[in-house]
Write a protein of this length. Structure first.
Length: 118
């Protein structure tokens, strides 16, 4: 199932929103860890501009992908590259180590408030 995953500030968990099927548009799960395949970043530029203008966070960025699992795969974290996003630094997700744009990856592991590109 294709989903949009974002960090939920109020719940302290990843929110998983369905992009297809009978639950399309609804948050179908909240989890500490999410594994996605065919992952790609998604940023709403209008939402980003609103954050900059108002100085308040809102849901405007996340990772889109095919839901694989909610399980614990912490060993994957050491094999990938950490990815980050800051609306004040720019309109894209980027690799933490190099600052290069993250355009997607075969797999993405979201855990402990961090995105790891695999």
């Amino acid at each position: 199932m294709r989903v949009f995953v974002y960090w939920n500030l109020h719940k302290g968990l990843w929110s998983v929103k369905a992009l297809e099927g009978p639950y399309k548009g609804l948050v179908i799960h909240r989890a500490h860890r999410v594994l996605l395949s065919n992952a790609a970043p998604k940023v709403s530029e209008a939402g980003r501009q609103r954050v900059i203008r108002e100085g308040r966070k809102n849901v405007h960025a996340g990772i889109v992908g095919d839901l694989v699992d909610y399980g614990t795969h912490d060993m994957l974290a050491s094999t990938g590259l950490p990815v980050s996003y800051n609306p004040y630094k720019g309109p894209t997700f980027y690799y933490k180590g190099t600052g290069e744009d993250y355009t997607g990856s075969e797999m993405a592991y979201l855990a402990h408030r961090v995105v790891i590109a695999l």
